[in-house]
Design a protein around this ligand. Structure first.
Ligand SMILES: [Zn+2]
Ligand SMILES: [Zn+2]
Length: 388
């Protein structure tokens, strides 16, 4: 054991984890297409002697490691998917697939969890069952929900489930864990504004869907400022407007799309209801008709108090007591792990990625120096939750 709390045997896995990470990084795959990545992960875990199941919820992989007689079981989750971004890192192991890259660090998450599996299967310093869960399609496509709908926790029961995400801007070797809300609910909406097309020089002969849409974008902003309790965080962003194809013709219809974020169901209820009323009212005032489609895509990610305490203790055991941030505010980004946390108690924490480019940018690269920290965290967490 070193001063930092990184087990010596995890330290010796650093190069192996780095090579796994770079192999996955060079061959990124989009949501539900992670066949090569899943096969690679399954092959490595099989070679460690784990029971490996593939094709869970599409391209998901679950590997099981048992030791001793305890009925306790813990789930540890990583993600397999990459993003539709053209990589601009210039690293030698950069994406070989044009327009697709690991810009969220899921390559690193896989490698650190595989490293933990290697260490735990060699050292066997636990009593119970570990489920290593590699989920597809974390980005936008709810691969976590797909795994649950495919019977994830019925076929591979766990008492608690944990995830660890890298975070640029937090130093390597520092963790961030908090109880309660971590990421917001992600809702998507589409509004269709139906007007009446006419010559742009004679707007009084039609119904202007563009002027109506402009008023609507402004009116929608008052939902967060006037209808939601200021104590409750909420976001409503119109991100996409489509309508018209000429200099001098007013179009028959305009389509608006966007996203809303909140941490509580009651706030989602207010936003959805007030959006419906606002669309109907503003469209009526402009002689148009409006239709709102509102979809609740991801629930909020909420850590259980007990699991967050176990995660904080594990991070402190690895990094040191003053190297774990416990008061970092939640983020309005969304996370597919929310579906797993609806099914089982657990905790979603962060490991520092150092001074790298932000997530989801072409310059981003997972920091290999974070691998031993992540793998050590997983190891400590399992040994604490499944003690011999
Ligand atoms: Zn992401
Ligand atoms: Zn991610």
């Amino acid at each position: 054991m070193t001063m930092t709390g990184i087990p010596e045997r995890v330290r010796t896995l650093e190069e192996t984890m780095s090579s796994w990470r770079r192999e996955i990084h060079a061959h990124p795959e989009l949501a539900f297409e992670e066949h090569r990545t899943a096969a690679f992960v399954a092959e490595q875990l099989g070679a460690m002697g784990l029971e490996v199941e593939t094709g869970v919820g599409g391209t998901g992989v679950v590997a099981t490691l048992r030791h001793g007689g305890s009925a306790r079981a813990v789930g540890l989750r990583a993600e397999l998917d990459a993003l539709p971004i053209a990589e601009a890192t210039g690293v030698p192991y950069a994406s070989r697939t044009p327009g697709v890259m690991h810009a969220c660090g899921h390559d690193g998450h896989c490698a650190m969890l595989m490293g933990a599996a290697k260490h735990l299967s060699d050292a066997l310093g636990f009593d119970g069952t570990i489920r290593f869960i590699f989920q597809p399609a974390e980005e936008n496509e709810a691969g976590g929900r797909a795994m649950i709908e495919d019977g994830l926790f019925d076929r591979f029961p766990v008492d608690d489930v944990f995830a660890l995400h890298n975070e640029p801007g937090i130093p390597v070797g520092v963790f961030s864990v908090r109880p309660g809300p971590v990421t917001a609910a992600l809702d998507l909406f589409e509004i269709r504004v139906e007007g009446e097309t006419c010559h742009a020089a004679r707007p009084h002969t039609g119904a202007d869907a563009i002027a109506c849409s402009a008023a609507l974008v402004t009116a929608l902003q008052t939902i967060v400022t006037r209808d939601v309790d200021p104590i409750d965080p909420a976001v409503l962003s119109v991100t996409w407007i489509e309508g018209g194809n000429s200099w001098n013709v007013l179009p028959a219809a305009v389509r608006l799309r966007g996203t809303a974020r909140a941490f509580r169901r009651e706030v989602q209820d207010v936003i959805e209801a007030r959006m419906g009323e606002t669309v109907a009212g503003v469209c009526a005032a402009h002689g148009c008709e409006g239709r709102l489609d509102y979809e609740r895509r991801y629930p909020p990610t909420t850590n259980s108090t007990a699991a967050a305490r176990a995660a904080t203790d594990a991070a402190r055991a690895v990094a040191g007591p003053d190297r774990v941030i416990v008061d970092r505010p939640p983020t309005t980004a969304a996370e597919d792990f929310a579906f797993m946390l609806q099914a089982r108690p657990g905790c979603y924490g962060f490991v520092g990625n150092g001074d790298t480019a932000p997530l989801h940018t072409p310059e981003y690269d997972f920091n290999d120096d974070a691998l031993v920290w992540g793998a050590s965290y997983w190891t400590k967490l399992v040994e604490a939750l499944l003690p011999i």
